[in-house]
Design a protein around this ligand. Structure first.
Ligand code: SF4
Ligand code: SF4
Length: 120
């Protein structure tokens, strides 16, 4: 997996369903007041609250106007695990009309190279 520098576009906080646990809510108390508690029959150990999508919210309620995370130090585990430069990052960016991070794009030299290096 490519490690890439996140450019803080905020796409991952606006495009995918974001489900978080009761443990996350204990670490960040604002989750309890600003997220939606999911239906009891849908809950599991990992999923207790939903941060996105929420009615009338275009992204996670903790996404600030400058696309930074307002609860960064206590953000949910799913956000900690999300990797800049991953295929999911590229997909999130694609959904809001952004190119993949530079490190996700094929290098020009690779793009020009023949698919197989065998020559006849
Ligand atoms: S908690 Fe922070 S990092 Fe996680 S989705 Fe919300 S704004 Fe993004
Ligand atoms: S989509 Fe990728 S580049 Fe954009 S904020 Fe998320 S991790 Fe960073």
């Amino acid at each position: 997996m490519t490690a890439a520098a996140c450019d803080r576009c905020g796409a991952c906080c606006r495009t995918f369903p974001i489900l978080v646990s009761i443990g996350d809510a204990r670490r960040e108390p604002r989750i309890e007041s600003e997220a939606l508690r999911i239906e009891e029959w849908q809950r599991s150990q990992e999923w207790e609250f939903r941060l996105h999508p929420l009615p009338f919210n275009r992204g996670c309620p903790f996404l600030s106007g400058d696309d930074s995370c307002s609860v960064y130090d206590t953000r949910p585990s799913v956000c900690r695990a999300f990797e800049a430069g991953s295929p999911e990052c590229a997909e999130a960016r694609r959904r809001i009309g952004l190119q993949p991070l530079l490190s996700q794009r094929p290098r020009e030299a690779d793009a020009r190279a023949p698919a197989a290096s065998s020559t006849s």
